[in-house]
Design a binder for this molecule. Structure first.
Ligand SMILES: *Cc1c(COP(=O)(O)O)cnc(C)c1O
Length: 395
C-alpha cells in the first residue's frame, strides 16, 4: 500500500472512541463496509440491529427515528424525504388495486391530488368525506375501504374534527375489508405536542418534519410512526422498495431543531392566539378561524382533546371586499412574507380560493388568507397587519 492514492482511501488511522457531544454525530454513507462475506449475508436491517446500505438507515437516521417515535408516543418510525412523501408512502404501502381510500374534504391538498392522479391510475378509488360529520364517514365506508385518512384540524380552513368519533366509526366497520381498515392521521399540526395521535385512536401518525421538528424553514422531511410492529413492517418494506432515503445532513438539521421544538411550539401558540383575538375585532374581517377561538368550527372538540394549538390561523374577509383588494392586503404586508409552509421563524401568508378546493359547503363569500405566525415580536406583527388592513381600505 505504497501509493498515496491508495493510502488516502485505505488509511489505517482510527480516532479514539468515546467522543461525547451534545448533538449526535452525523454519519453519512451509501456504502456500509462488511468485514466478511458471512457478515454481509447475515446482516439484518429490518430490526435496526445493524447496517446494510445507506438507504436502509445510518446511526444518524436511526437516532432521529427513535426521537420522532418518542415525540409521537409511538414505537416505530420511518423517515422519508418530505411530508408529502410520508403521505404517499402510507398510500403505497397499504392500497392495492380494488381498494378505496377515504380522505377528509379539508385535507392537505396534495394528499387529494396523489389520490386523483397516482392512486386512481393504479386502480385504487378514493372518496372525500366531511370530517365534521362522522355519519358521513360511516355512509362512505364500504367493503373496499382499506385506509381512512384523518387530519386535525383541516388544512387552510382549520375545522377541528372529533377524532375519537371518526375512529369509532372505522372500528365499528373494521371487518368489512378482509385485511381490516387502517386509520392514518396527518399530525403535522399537532406535531406530537397538542395531543397524542395514538391515544385518540389513530393507527398511523404522519408528520411533515419540515414544519415544527425542523423549525428552520430550510429542510424537507417526513415521518411515519406506528405502535404496531406488523403495520410498521408494511410501511417499512415499501419504503425499502421505493427508495425513499433521507440524507444525513438533513437528519442533522431536524435533530438540531428538536431540542427547541416544545419552546417554539408554545411561543408561536401564544403569539397566534394574541393575533387571532385582535383580528376578530377588525371591521374588515368576517371570521377568524383558529381552533382555540370560541365559535371556530370544532372548538369544543379541540378544547376536549388538545393542550395546545399550532401557529396557523385563517381570516375570511367580509363579502364586500373583492379578491383584488384581499390580494392587495397580502401584498401590503411587510413582515408577513408570501410563501408556502409554516412553523418556521418567519411569519407567512397565502390567499386561498376555498370553494375551488373543497366539495362540502363553505359558508363564506369573502376571500380567505392563511397565516403562519413566526417568531417575530407580536407587537410588530400586529402593526404590520394593521397597516395592511388600512392600505386595503384606501385602494
Ligand atoms: C406541509 C404539509 C405537508 C407536506 O410536507 P412537505 O414536507 O412540505 O412535503 C403535509 N401535511 C400537512 C398538513 C402540511 O402542512
Amino acid at each position: 500500500m505504497s501509493d498515496i492514492s491508495t493510502q488516502l482511501i485505505h488509511h489505517p488511522y482510527k480516532p479514539p472512541a468515546g467522543f461525547d457531544a451534545v448533538n449526535p454525530a452525523v454519519q453519512k454513507s451509501s456504502t456500509v463496509i462488511f468485514p466478511t462475506v458471512a457478515a454481509l449475508r447475515q446482516r439484518d436491517w429490518k430490526h435496526k440491529t445493524g447496517y446494510t446500505y445507506g438507504l436502509h438507515g445510518t446511526p444518524t437516521t436511526f437516532t432521529l427515528e427513535e426521537r420522532i417515535a418518542t415525540l409521537e408516543g409511538g414505537q416505530f418510525c420511518t423517515l422519508v424525504p418530505s411530508g408529502l412523501a410520508a403521505l404517499a408512502l402510507v398510500d403505497m404501502a397499504l392500497l392495492r388495486a380494488g381498494d378505496e381510500v377515504l380522505i377528509p374534504d379539508n385535507a392537505y391538498g396534495p394528499n387529494k391530488t396523489f389520490a386523483q392522479h397516482e392512486l386512481a391510475g393504479w386502480g385504487v378509488s378514493f372518496r372525500y368525506y366531511d370530517p365534521m360529520q362522522p355519519a358521513d364517514l360511516a355512509a362512505k365506508l364500504s367493503g373496499k375501504t382499506r385506509l381512512v385518512w384523518l387530519e386535525a384540524p383541516g388544512s387552510i380552513t382549520l375545522e377541528f374534527p372529533d377524532l375519537p368519533a371518526l375512529v369509532a366509526v372505522v372500528q365499528a366497520h373494521r371487518d368489512v375489508h378482509p385485511q381490516g381498515i387502517v386509520t392514518a392521521l396527518d399530525n403535522t399540526w399537532g406535531a406530537g405536542i397538542a395531543f397524542n395521535a395514538f391515544a385518540l385512536g389513530a393507527d398511523i401518525s404522519v408528520q411533515a418534519l419540515t414544519k415544527y421538528p425542523s423549525g428552520g424553514a430550510d429542510v424537507l422531511m417526513g415521518s411515519v410512526v406506528t405502535r404496531d410492529e406488523a403495520l410498521h413492517h408494511l410501511v417499512h418494506f415499501c419504503h425499502m422498495r421505493v427508495g425513499y432515503g433521507v440524507a444525513g445532513n438533513d437528519a442533522e438539521l431536524v435533530l438540531r431543531g428538536l431540542g427547541s421544538m416544545t419552546l417554539r411550539y408554545a411561543a408561536q401558540d401564544s403569539a397566534t392566539r394574541t393575533l387571532a383575538a385582535w383580528l376578530q375585532q377588525q371591521p374588515q374581517i368576517e371570521a377568524v378561524l383558529h381552533p382555540a377561538l370560541a365559535g371556530s368550527p370544532g372548538h369544543a372538540t379541540w378544547q376536549r382533546d388538545c393542550t395546545a394549538a399550532a401557529c396557523l390561523l385563517s381570516i375570511v374577509f367580509k363579502a364586500g371586499y373583492p379578491q383584488a383588494q384581499v390580494d392587495r392586503f397580502c401584498d401590503s404586508l411587510q413582515l408577513f412574507r408570501l410563501g408556502y409552509s409554516w412553523a418556521g421563524p418567519m411569519s407567512l401568508c397565502v390567499p386561498y380560493d376555498v370553494p375551488a378546493i373543497r366539495t362540502t359547503p363553505w359558508p363564506f363569500q369573502g376571500g380567505l388568507v392563511r397565516f403562519s405566525i413566526g417568531l417575530e415580536a407580536v407587537a410588530d406583527l400586529q402593526a404590520d397587519l394593521a397597516n395592511a388592513l388600512a392600505a386595503m381600505q384606501y385602494s
